[in-house]
Design a protein around this ligand. Structure first.
Ligand code: AZA
Length: 298
């Protein structure tokens, strides 16, 4: 005997770019580029167990719906668009009980020409992306998590690492001054929203939630006199929760991108290690991977 115990299906990698024009100055334009995944849960079992396609909302229709709702609605902040899209599926189809919308927003940052922000020209300033996940229930309740991925940062000093376990397996030298680099993946969760209107009433908080989490991540990375990736990670998460009252949980995944000293003493006694190190060898792998979640407890 077997049983179907869980199903979820949808369209992945729906790519779209939307141009929005300023209401009173159509030459001033805004662009938003997304890669979107829409997944549905509901009464779809017979499609799997009896080869009966009657309940299937095609994944092609999900793609079409995504384009149409992007045309008819604001797509920024992405937390709002994810909620609009997810709400559409649970309100349009009575057999859809839950929808899951995942949005990856790619960077297009307005750039300046002759010192003035240009009206319609943008630059991809890095591979960093903004992430949103919205889970929408048929009651209307919306649970949103947001995040940042692939935010690559490096500091050339202000990081030490010593005092760790020393045993017969240890070869890593202690250091009071090292390069620290990571590609930040951060996710934070908001209190759930009763419905789409509640999301619409919180747009400022959602946008500032993203901006402040990014700003805290960058400033803490730069200014913290770091004892380890672990200690810097914890401080970032703690500060985000302290600043943002509607955020209850922050998770980070921080690969440790190592840059090793190169001993050049074999060449005419050239000093290039410890305090004299200037030329480093970037390492691709293996790499450390430091993860943690920090939660509000009060
Ligand atoms: N944390 C660090 O910050 N650096 C390291 C570690 C670690 O756990 N292990 N090796 N180097």
């Amino acid at each position: 005997m077997v049983a179907l115990t869980a199903t979820r299906y949808g369209k992945d990698n729906i790519r779209l770019l939307k141009v929005e024009r300023h209401p009173s100055n159509p030459k001033l334009q805004y662009v938003y580029e997304f890669t979107i995944r829409v997944m549905l849960e509901g009464d779809f079992d017979i499609a799997y167990t009896e080869a009966d396609n009657a309940p299937i909302v095609t994944t092609d229709s999900m793609k079409n719906t995504t384009y149409i709702l992007a045309k008819k609605n604001p797509v920024s902040p992405p937390e709002l668009f994810a909620s609009i899209l997810g709400t559409h599926f649970v309100t349009t189809y009575s057999h859809v009980h839950k929808s899951f919308v995942h949005i990856v927003q790619h960077r297009w940052t307005r750039y300046s020409v002759d010192g003035k922000p240009h009206e319609h020209s943008f630059i991809r300033d890095g591979n960093e992306v903004r992430i949103v996940d919205a889970e929408v229930e048929e009651s209307g309740k919306i649970t949103i998590s947001a995040g940042i991925s692939d935010l690559l940062v490096l500091k050339s000093t202000g990081s030490a690492f010593y005092g760790y376990v020393q045993d017969k397996y240890t070869t890593l030298p202690e250091t009071r001054d090292r390069i620290m680099s990571t590609s930040v993946d951060a996710t934070w969760n908001y209190d759930s929203f009763e419905n789409l209107d509640a999301v619409r009433n919180s747009l400022g908080a959602l946008e500032s939630g993203y901006q402040s989490a990014r700003e805290i991540t960058l400033s803490t990375f730069a200014t913290h006199d770091s004892a380890s990736v672990q200690a810097t990670l914890y401080l970032m998460g703690k500060r985000i929760i302290e600043v943002n009252k509607s955020v209850n949980n922050v998770s980070y995944s921080l690969p440790n991108k190592h840059y090793f000293d190169i001993d050049l003493s074999w060449f005419e006694g050239l000093k290039n290690t410890g305090a004299d190190a200037q030329v480093f060898a970037p390492q691709s792998n293996p790499n450390g991977l430091i993860t943690a979640s920090i939660s509000r407890t009060d």
